[in-house]
Design a protein around this ligand. Structure first.
Ligand code: SAM
Length: 279
C-alpha cells in the first residue's frame, strides 16, 4: 500500500488538526475527493505541468491535482493551521508538493516553478478577483501561465464570461476575454462546501491566448475600462471626461458614439480607444 492510500479522509483531517473554518479567510472547504478530482480534471492535461495552487486549505483540491498526475504543485496558503495537513500530503507525494505559508498577494511564485505552468485555486472571492486581474494584466504577453482554473461565486463567474449589453458585462469580462478564452466548466451548490456559503459557486477555466485579441497597452486599457464602468449609467463622454480633455474626439476615432454607455461598447472598440492614449 502506498503512502497516498494511507491519507485520511478530509473530514478526519479537519477534525484531527482542529481546522474550524475561519470566515476572515473565506474558508469554505471542499471535502469530497471525487469532486476535487473532477475540478482538477477541468484544469486540463496536468502530467507535464507545474501547478500553482492558491489557498489549498486542508488540501482537497491539492490531492485532486496530484492524483490527476501534476508534475509538481506549489501551494501557497495563508493559514498556518493548514500546514500539518499539507505536510501529510507532501509526504505521500515525495518531491511533488511544495507548500509556502504566506499571503498569495505578496509572494512571487515564479522562482519555484518550471514552465509549462497552470494555475488552480478555490479562493475567497476578493482575493480571487484581485489575482485574476493581476494574472491578466502583465505588461508582457503571453504570461507565465497557460491556463487558470478558478472557483468563484457564481455571479463573479458570470461577470468573467459576460457579453456586451448584459448587466454582468464590465471590467472583468473585458480583461478576461481580451487575452484569454474563458468558460464556466462547472457549477457547485452551497452544500458542496463545508461550511456551506450563502452563494452558489462556479469554476471558470481560462486559456491564455498566444496574443491579445486586439492590440492595446494593458495598464491603459485597464484604467479606461475601470473609469467607464465605475459610472456605468453615464454616457462615456461624461464618465471618461477626466481621462482626457478631448475625450469626445478620441471616442469618435475609436468608432464609439460619445453618448453611448460603457455596457454597449465592444472589446474591439475599448482597445481602439486605449490605443488613442498611446500616441
Ligand atoms: C475557500 S477556501 C478553499 C480551501 C481549499 N482549496 C478547498 O477547496 O477546500 C480558501 C482558502 O484560501 C486561503 N486564503 C485566503 N486568503 C489567502 C491569501 N491571501 N493567500 C493564500 N491563501 C489564502 C484560506 O485560508 C483558505 O484555506
Amino acid at each position: 500500500m502506498s503512502a497516498i492510500d494511507n491519507l485520511p479522509s478530509l473530514s478526519k483531517v479537519i477534525a484531527s488538526h482542529g481546522l474550524s473554518a475561519r470566515k476572515s479567510l473565506g474558508q469554505n472547504f471542499l471535502l469530497d475527493l471525487n469532486l476535487t478530482a473532477k475540478i482538477a480534471r477541468r484544469a486540463g492535461e496536468l502530467s507535464d505541468c507545474d501547478i500553482l495552487e492558491i489557498g489549498p486549505g486542508p488540501g482537497g483540491l491539492t490531492r485532486g491535482l496530484l492524483a490527476e498526475g501534476a508534475r509538481k504543485v506549489l501551494a501557497i496558503e495563508k493559514d498556518e493551521r493548514c500546514m500539518p495537513a499539507l505536510a501529510e500530503i507532501a509526504a505521500a507525494y515525495p518531491g511533488q508538493l511544495e507548500v509556502i505559508n504566506g499571503d498569495a498577494l505578496e509572494i512571487d511564485p515564479l522562482s519555484h516553478l518550471t514552465p509549462p505552468i497552470r494555475i488552480a485555486a478555490n479562493l475567497p472571492y476578493n482575493v480571487g478577483t484581485e489575482l485574476l486581474v493581476r494574472w491578466l494584466t502583465p505588461k508582457q504577453w503571453p504570461p507565465f501561465w497557460e491556463s487558470l482554473t478558478l472557483m468563484f461565486q457564481r455571479e463573479v463567474a458570470e461577470r468573467i464570461i459576460a457579453a456586451p449589453g448584459s448587466k454582468a458585462y464590465g471590467r472583468l469580462a473585458l480583461l478576461a476575454q481580451w487575452r484569454a478564452d474563458a468558460k464556466i466548466v462547472m457549477h457547485l451548490p452551497p452544500e458542496a462546501f463545508s461550511p456551506p456559503p450563502k452563494v452558489h459557486s462556479a469554476v471558470v477555466h481560462l486559456t491564455a491566448l498566444p496574443e491579445p485579441r486586439y492590440p492595446a497597452d494593458a495598464a491603459i486599457l485597464s484604467r479606461i475600462v475601470a473609469a467607464a464602468f465605475n459610472q456605468r449609467r453615464k454616457m462615456l463622454r461624461g464618465s471618461l471626461k477626466s481621462q482626457a480633455p478631448d475625450i469626445e474626439d478620441r471616442l469618435l476615432s475609436a468608432g464609439i458614439k460619445p453618448t453611448e454607455r460603457a455596457e454597449q461598447v465592444s472589446l474591439e472598440q475599448f482597445c481602439a480607444l486605449a490605443r488613442t492614449f498611446e500616441k
